[in-house]
Design a protein around this ligand. Sequence first.
Ligand SMILES: Nc1ncnc2c1ncn2[C@@H]1O[C@H](COP(=O)(O)OP(=O)(O)O)[C@@H](O)[C@H]1O
Ligand SMILES: [Mg+2]
Length: 282
Amino acid sequence: MSAIRVEDLRKRYGDDEALRGISFEIEEGEVFGLLGPNGAGKTTTVEILEGYRKRDGGNVEVLGFDPQRAQREFRERIGVVLQSAEPWPNLTPHETLSLFAGYYPRPRDVGEVLDLVGLADKRNVRVKTLSGGQKRRLDLGVALVGDPQLVFLDEPTTGFDPAARRAAWGMIRSLRSLGKTVLLTTHYLDEAQQLADRVAVLREGQIVIMGAPSALTGGSLDAEIRFRRNGEQVVLRTDEPTRVLHELTAEALAAGEELEGLEVRRPTLEDVYLSLVQEEEP
Ligand SMILES: Nc1ncnc2c1ncn2[C@@H]1O[C@H](COP(=O)(O)OP(=O)(O)O)[C@@H](O)[C@H]1O
Ligand SMILES: [Mg+2]
């Protein structure tokens, strides 16, 4: 069963075409990563699916609902972490979660949620005294307290230090083990790789590749051999680096030359991702 079905989704802001017809499906229980640089259209997509923005074209189904006509029943079944949320500064985490729990018919136990997001020891301090990372964890707690079936996480770890990021990853993994469907956006490739069953890479409002994280490397992962000849950089790409290198070095040795700046490297996943999200160099 699909939790989310998106077909030819379009959105423009004035002359700016933020989404140029994207399509994807997310299965129930799947963690799906929407990956892409700033301005690619991730938040626009997520907010349309949450029912916070109107689309200009295409079809969208979320848990069987059209989010644009978001009924109460729909709201009760999704959990949302907005990209920039400001929790109430003078409430405590426990009070904040209890308040939100009141909106849902079958909320999770507030103490359990505080444990899950690692704020049990901060349950009774004022939110304004929490660190940035702790506030984001409280946001996640707010998204979870209604025990939603589907959770939207828009850049859940942006601005986190490495330790907080690891902790957030652990939390997101625990969502999967609770059987939740998760739509996660990120501009960190490693985060998508760590967490997502499948990813779609968005660039300028279009999906440029979609599949298992390993599919990102499905294209050419040829080795690159670089050196300088007469001051000019030479780059050879090959899937037989041993043979090519052997020929090159044999030739150079025979001629008594040195291959300046000789280097062999394999493009990393990061290179592949960057080549997908960056404009072709003119
Ligand atoms: N409310 C808005 N009004 C006008 N333009 C917007 C608005 N929200 C987003 N945009 C534009 O739409 C594009 C996609 O933005 P966004 O969905 O926020 O991307 P991302 O979340 O991937 O960074 C950007 O060019 C952005 O400037
Ligand atoms: Mg965004």
